[in-house]
Structures are given as structure tokens and as C-alpha cells.
Ligand binder design. Structure first.
Ligand code: SF4
Length: 81
């Protein structure tokens, strides 16, 4: 089973919760627009929508699920496929 992670970066308010909880996957960055937002490490980013996606194995599910649950604006989605 694989785990798909999606991050809607446009919605991110830059609170830093995800990066504090799961720093091996989430970091805080200055974006092209000068805003401070989360970035999903080693992800693919659709530059039209600013949506980042990444597929990981099961062993990385829980850490990212914890990040998802910490997000106050629900812009992280972690789904087993
Ligand atoms: S927890 Fe959500 S809103 Fe906060 S920095 Fe991470 S992705 Fe952005």
C-alpha cells in the first residue's frame, strides 16, 4: 500500500505546526510570493495551483497523518491508496 500526501499550499497560513511535528517531511519556506508557508520535502509541485504531492510508503504514514491532524486549515491530505 502506498500513501499519497497532498498539500494545498495556497491555503496554508504558515502556522508551522506540521514542520514542528514532522520535520523530516515538512519545512517552512519563503515562497515565490514572499509568503511564509509549509513545503512538503521532495514533492512535485503544480505551479498553476501550488498543490504539492508526494507518494511515500506505509512507514511514513503516521508522521504525515499527525501533520494533517495538526493543520488548522485542513490543507494537508494523507490518504492510503
Ligand atoms: S499546519 Fe497547515 S497551515 Fe500550518 S504550516 Fe503546516 S500546512 Fe500550513
Amino acid at each position: 500500500m502506498v500513501v499519497k500526501i497532498t498539500h494545498e499550499q495556497n491555503i496554508c497560513i504558515g502556522c508551522g505546526a506540521c514542520a514542528a511535528i514532522t520535520p523530516e517531511h515538512w519545512v517552512m519556506v519563503d515562497t515565490e510570493t514572499g509568503e511564509f508557508k509549509a513545503h512538503l520535502e521532495n514533492s512535485n509541485k503544480d505551479t498553476a495551483t501550488n498543490i504539492e504531492t508526494k507518494t511515500v510508503d506505509d512507514s511514513q504514514f503516521q508522521g504525515n497523518k499527525d501533520a494533517e491532524e495538526s493543520c488548522p486549515v485542513n490543507c494537508i491530505h494523507v490518504v492510503k491508496e
